[in-house]
Ligand binder design. Structure first.
Ligand code: ZN
Length: 142
């Protein structure tokens, strides 16, 4: 897999990164992070592992990811995905189904389709795709 996507090198300067405690950023510890000090870019790890959650993110990308999650989660963490995509897929959580749908919509292979791996442009596409669907849902529930 691409070394940027798995948090091994910094996507902004291309240099190797440090594996440090998150207290260097937050002032208290929320576990380990991969960090590029020069770019002020970082990413957390999957709980109990040293595996990065995705690519390192600078302030701009952190904001873009937050917005993408805000809209995508309203599809993935509710029943909305089953209204958008009526196909029944056995043994699949709504969240997994939503990611499968997202990968089809964006044309990104499923194994690379994680918001944590996306760049700013990808995150904007998630918002463009999900925001209207979420807003329709809100309008219907009034
Ligand atoms: Zn860097």
């Amino acid at each position: 897999m691409n070394e940027i996507l798995i948090g091994k090198i910094c996507p902004y300067c291309g240099k190797p990164i440090e594996y440090v405690d998150s207290s260097v950023i937050y002032g208290r510890s929320y576990g380990m992070i991969y960090l590029c000090r020069d770019c002020r870019a970082y990413v957390g790890v999957h709980k109990g592992t040293d595996q990065a959650l995705g690519r390192l993110a600078n302030a701009e990308l952190r904001e873009a990811k937050k917005e993408a999650h805000f809209y995508f989660d309203q599809i993935a963490k509710t029943n909305l995905i089953n209204k958008i995509w009526k196909k029944h897929i056995p043994n699949t959580s709504n969240r997994n189904k939503a990611y499968l749908w997202l990968s089809n919509q964006l044309g990104i292979p499923r194994e690379l389709c994680h918001i944590g791996m996306f760049d700013v442009e990808d995150c904007k596409r998630v918002v463009e795709l999900c925001k209207p669907l979420v807003e329709v849902k809100l309008a219907m529930s009034i």
